[in-house]
Every structure is written in C-alpha cells, then in structure tokens.
Design a protein around this ligand. Sequence first.
Ligand SMILES: O=C(O)COP(=O)(O)O
Ligand SMILES: [Mg+2]
Length: 227
Amino acid sequence: MTADPPLVLDVDGTLTRPQGWGIDPRVFDPLREWNAPVVIATGKAFPYPVALCHFIGIPELVVAENGGVVYTGDDVFFTADREAAQAVTEEYRAAGYDLGWGDEDTVNRWRETEIAVNLEQPLEPLREIAAKHGLEVIDTGYAYHVKDTNPNKGAGLETIAEQTSIDLEDCVAIGDSINDVSTFEAVDRGFAVNNADESAKAAADEVLDEVHADGTLAVLERVCGTK
Ligand SMILES: O=C(O)COP(=O)(O)O
Ligand SMILES: [Mg+2]
C-alpha cells in the first residue's frame, strides 16, 4: 500500500466549490480514503470542522478559530479566550454597528476564543476598537475575525504535532488567505489556490492554476502515494 503525506486543509476558499460557497462534494471521497492523517485548520468556530470531519468520515483532527481551539482527537486546547473580543463587539454595537449575522448568530454562538464579523459591516471602527483592546482584525475574505494576536493556525498545528505522531515536515497544506500564512510556514509544502489573497500566495511554495476545490483536488492527485 502506498502512503500519502499528511494533509492540512483550510475550509473556506479551499474546499469550496469553484463558485466560492459550499463544500465541493468531490472532496469527500478522496479525503475519506486518504492514507494519512488529515487536519482541518480553519477560522470557523470549533463545531464546524468537527462536523466536517464527522460527515466526511475521518478522525477529528482540528485547528479551529484561527488556532484559538485545537483538538487532537483526545484533548482540546484553548489558546485564547473570548472575553476581550466580546468586549470589542459590545463597544462596536454600542457605537451603532452590528455583527451582521442576525439575532441568533450561529456564526459566533459556539465560538470560544474570538468573534467573527460579517464583511458587509464597517471595518475601520472595528479595527480601531480592537486595537484599543490589544486585539487584531484579520480579513479572510469570508469574515473579519477579531482575535488575540497570538494564536494562529501554525501554532495550533505545532500543538497537534506535539500531541500526535504527525510530523509537520511531512505535511502538505492547502489554503487561500492571510490566516493560512502561518500554516504554510509550519509545514513542508504549502499550496495556495488561485483565488488566494496576496499574503497567502506570497507565503505558499506554489500558487496553483486552479481555484477553490479544483486546486485542492489537483494537489491531492499530485501528492497521493508520494510518501
Ligand atoms: O472563517 C473564515 O473566515 C474562513 O475560514 P477558513 O479559515 O476555513 O477559510
Ligand atoms: Mg480559507
């Protein structure tokens, strides 16, 4: 049996359909059949990547909330808390703005270490208030994330490597945005899909010709059985 390199996969912009939204169903079978660990490293709240692993049918190996939450399959690690980000959003709301997700806000409901704001909301006041609280705002192309400057996906991957047999030197990563830069720095080979932002493209070892899941599927085909 040939071995595959372990994978580190971003979600939005990377596993999405070429139109930009929704997981591309073509990724399910190759990921379930992948002959090595698959880590989902995302800016989304913890339950989302856990559910994704569950529905793909692979072990739950997760870096969520841009590194704020890490799950090794055995233990959960938190590297930030939500309190400061919550204070930022309260001030943002008091200034007349809104997070932009509606009353029940399922985007932040289970988010434990940061807050995400809809891209349609004004960025400048958010950045100003976040800076007053010592936090940063990153734009993934899918949301603004109000977060502690410390956690990032790359640090989360280090935690997974310490707790499991995964060697980051063996890993192939695919991503599309600024929150994947630390991933690319942490692993052996980083691929940016063609829809990636400039920071991800600059940090990647290779920029793919294809966009979204078309790019990811091209990498899977290329690296499958190469370890
Ligand atoms: O939550 C986001 O804004 C982006 O999520 P991603 O890191 O999986 O692309
Ligand atoms: Mg992404």
